[in-house]
Structures are given as structure tokens and as C-alpha cells.
Design a protein around this ligand. Structure first.
Ligand code: ACO
Length: 428
């Protein structure tokens, strides 16, 4: 076998260095040994947006962006979406293996009995302005939730960690549904622990005066599958924030609030809402070519297309496309779906998109499904967060158990002024 090392020559000094290559990487700290002289800090790598930096070892999620493969703990996403459910997938992501019957029942029971929140949290949520954005409510409320569990700061205590992981997974749908009710000016609905996680969430969203809300089983299943598809995606923006915030050993509620804030942005969890805005802007089939031309000129982006990692196809988008049709059969046809399908067809045959490997991502269809189910656009990233909280927590646990991890603290290339003396205001 060839030698698993990298040899480099520093042309400033003529010195040669040899670094081990492990798992397709060199250790960034090794290159610090490359110095011009003893006073030199040492060489660093410059990698804005971490496009070529592995920041951790992880055994949770595997993605092969070129082949369009997504595995949770080794299981293909397609099989999990077809045969599993969100609670079972949560157990898998957190524990590494699929649960046996008793393990599943215990876990399902735990994430069900922890759905209720302290009444003071409800009062806290009622304090938001009548038209507050539900994602803003979610971020603020998750931070506040941590104040009810002061022991959560003991992140090195495995029992405490586990309890707060369960609480967060269980209470997320309750807070998410109440954020919706608050933003709609509707009374909050308490959890119904006889229902599934997705069914209970739908009940807390939809129930008005009926004694009990019975969710449509197909919509309940569709939502459950969407939660599975969004549950983890290795080191994406919000997960990196979860790990970064968690690396200071803050409590998981604060770290999840930070991750939720990262998810809010239009290039991440907000992309599916942008897809709907784009479809509104395009309006009709005859205006598609005009919009595609704008994309090619760099004046617009085809939202829901392209991915930093998937350069072939996003396996989640295939599942979600099928799901979209099943949902529309129940909720009725939607001209936006036809428009989206037509755009997809045109873009997939267009040289510009083919050359840049731009394919539909998970957000291309998720927004259409959420809209058909009656969710306002502001709720889309909130729905994403219900699924993704599982991945955030699995990655956070893994980080805390990883001896190689420390507080996250990147370096910079300083581009500011050199040291200078303060000038009093009357002399400026
Ligand atoms: N529409 C048109 N052109 C695009 C698009 C798009 N959606 N995405 C990328 N491009 C073009 C760029 O203009 C660039 O072209 P150039 O080489 O001629 O300059 C080329 O493709 C490469 O684009 P980058 O921005 O360098 O790719 P990057 O990997 O950084 O971006 C991203 C990935 C942010 C997802 C991008 O494709 C995008 O903005 N897509 C639309 C937003 C979206 O759908 N986001 C959801 C992501 S999935 C998620 O977060 C769950």
C-alpha cells in the first residue's frame, strides 16, 4: 500500500515537511509546524464557510453528495421514510441502533408524557405581540424553556443530558403549535397524549371547538415522513451552530435556541418559503422562461434548487415529490404544484443547471406540502425545526462524548489597522 502521508515544501525556507493522512484528511494543527522562523505563529489554512474543513468525527449521518446517498446510522433514508416513523428514527439517531420493541415503547412513552410545558411558559408565549413571527416565538421560547430546568447546565451528567433530550423532542411540537396559535390569535390547545407525535401536533394546530381532533391518517403520516426527512443532515449550518454553542458547555435549551436561529435564514430553513414567493412571482407557466433567463444572468436564483453537498440529486426530494402528490389528492389540486413541476422539468433539461449540477433539493416541494396542509409560510422553518431538533441533539451528545473536541474557536486573518494611538475627539 502507498504511504499515507503528504509531503510539502515551504518555498520560503526550502524546508520539507511530511504529514500523516488519516481518513482522507490532514490534521490542520500539523501545518502550524510550518514556520519561517521561531517567532512565526505557524501556517494556517483559510477556509471561509468551512467548505473543505472536517470539524468533527461523526457516526450519525452519511451523505454522498455525488451519488445522492443519505444514510442515518447506515440506514438509507428511502427505507426509513417507507418503513419507520419519526419516533423510531429519533431513537436510532440518538442511540446508534434501531430500538427493540421494549426500547421503542419506553422511548415513545417518554417523548409522549413530556409533551406538556409549565403554565408559566404559556404565559411567557402569550407575551409575544399578536402578529409575531412563529419562528421568532420559537427561538425566544426555547431559550426561556431552559430557565425551567436549571440542572440542564450539568451537560457532563449522562442522566441529565438524556432527560433534557427527551424533554426537548417532546416539547418542541407543543411550543411550535402554540407559536402558530399565538401568531393566529387562537387559543392554545393542550397536547393529546393518545395521539402520535405528528397527530398530536396536527391536533394542537387545527383543533377549534371539537371535543377531540382526529387527524387524517394520510396527512399525519405525510407530516411524520417530513419530520424523518428533516431529522439530520450532518454538519449543516444550524447543526454546526448547535455544536459551536454546545462546545462552550452551555445548556441544551440555549444551544437549540441558537441552532433554531441559524435555521431561520432564507439560505437554510427559510428556503422553502422562498420557493413559494418565487412561484408567486413567476405566477404562470408562460412566465417560466423569463424567470429561468433571469437566473442564468445571475439576477435571480431558482429557489429550492442547488445544494452545497448534493451535486447529483437530493434523495429526500424524490421521496417528498411522491409525498406531495399524495397530500394533494387529499387537500385538492394546487396550481402552484403544476407550476413547480413545470419549472423542475425545464430546469432539469437546461444546460445552465446541468453544468452547475443544480437539482431540486428537499425544500422545492416541502413548502408546497405545508401550504396545502394549511400552514402559513412563517411556520415552514418551525416545522423543519421539529424534525431537526433530533439531529441537533444527537450531534450535541456525540460532541460532548468526543475527547478530541474543545470549545469551538476558529482563527482569522486580521485585515484591520495596525496598532495606533487614541486621538481625542477635538483633534479628529
Ligand atoms: N439558481 C440559479 N443559480 C444557482 C443556484 C440557484 N438556485 N444555486 C447555485 N447557482 C449557481 C451560482 O450562481 C453559481 O454559478 P456561477 O458558477 O456561474 O457563479 C453556481 O451555481 C454555484 O453556486 P454557489 O452559490 O457557489 O453554490 P453553493 O454550494 O455555495 O450554494 C446553495 C448552495 C446556497 C443551496 C445555492 O444553490 C442556493 O442559493 N440555492 C437556492 C436556495 C435553496 O434552495 N436553499 C436550500 C438549501 S437546502 C437546505 O438548507 C435544507
Amino acid at each position: 500500500m502507498s504511504k499515507q502521508t503528504l509531503t510539502v515544501t515551504d518555498n520560503r525556507t526550502g524546508k520539507t515537511y511530511e504529514f500523516p493522512i488519516k481518513d482522507g484528511t490532514i490534521n490542520a494543527m500539523d501545518i502550524r509546524n510550518i514556520k519561517v522562523d521561531d517567532n512565526d505563529f505557524g501556517l494556517m489554512s483559510y477556509d471561509p464557510a468551512y467548505q473543505n474543513t472536517a470539524s468533527c468525527r461523526s457516526s450519525i449521518t452519511y451523505i454522498d453528495g455525488d451519488k445522492g446517498i443519505l444514510l442515518y446510522r447506515g440506514y438509507p433514508i428511502e427505507q426509513l421514510a417507507e418503513h419507520s416513523n419519526f419516533v423510531e428514527v429519533a431513537y436510532l439517531l440518538l442511540n446508534g441502533e434501531l430500538p427493540g420493541k421494549d426500547q421503542y415503547e419506553k422511548f415513545r412513552h417518554e417523548v409522549t408524557v413530556h409533551t406538556f410545558v409549565h403554565e408559566n411558559l404559556k404565559k411567557f408565549m402569550e407575551g409575544f405581540r399578536y402578529d409575531a413571527n412563529p419562528m421568532g416565538i420559537l427561538i425566544g421560547t426555547l431559550g426561556a424553556l431552559g430557565t425551567f430546568y436549571p440542572n440542564a447546565i450539568n451537560v457532563n451528567d449522562a442522566g441529565e443530558r438524556r432527560l433534557n433530550v427527551i424533554r426537548l423532542i417532546a416539547k418542541m411540537p407543543t411550543i411550535a403549535a402554540w407559536a402558530y396559535r399565538q401568531s393566529m390569535g387562537m387559543p392554545y390547545v393542550y397536547p393529546d397524549n393518545e395521539l402520535s407525535l405528528a397527530g398530536n401536533f396536527l391536533a394542537m394546530i387545527k383543533r377549534i371547538a371539537e371535543h377531540r381532533y382526529i387527524p387524517n391518517p394520510k396527512l399525519e403520516r405525510a407530516l411524520d415522513v417530513l419530520f424523518i426527512l428533516h431529522a439530520d443532515h450532518e454538519q449543516n449550518c444550524s447543526t454546526s451552530v448547535m455544536r459551536g454553542a454546545g462546545s462552550s458547555l452551555t445548556d441544551p435549551y440555549s444551544a437549540v435556541a441558537a441552532a433554531t436561529a441559524a435555521l431561520y435564514g432564507p439560505l437554510h430553513g427559510g428556503a422553502n418559503a422562498e420557493v413559494l414567493h418565487m412561484l408567486d412571482e413567476i405566477g404562470s407557466r408562460d412566465r417560466i422562461p423569463e424567470f429561468i433567463a433571469k437566473c442564468k444572468e445571475g439576477k435571480a436564483r431558482l429557489m429550492g434548487f442547488g445544494h452545497r453537498v448534493y451535486k447529483n440529486f437530493d434523495p429526500r426530494s424524490r421521496i417528498i415529490q411522491k409525498l406531495a402528490h399524495e397530500v394533494f389528492e387529499i387537500t385538492g389540486s394546487n396550481p402552484k404544484l403544476d407550476l413547480a413541476l413545470e419549472i423542475e422539468k425545464i430546469a432539469l433539461q437546461d444546460e445552465y443547471f446541468i453544468k452547475r449540477k443544480l437539482y431540486p433539493n428537499v425544500d422545492f416541494y416541502s413548502g408546497l406540502i405545508y401550504q396545502a396542509m394549511g400552514f402559513p409560510v412563517g411556520m415552514f422553518p418551525v416545522l423543519f425545526a421539529i424534525g431537526r431538533v433530533v439531529g441537533w441533539l444527537a450531534q450535541w451528545q456525540e460532541m460532548l462524548n468526543d475527547k478530541e473536541q474543545k470549545i469551538a474557536r476558529p482563527r482569522q486573518i486580521y485585515t484591520g489597522a495596525a496598532s495606533r494611538d487614541f486621538v481625542p475627539m477635538n483633534r479628529r
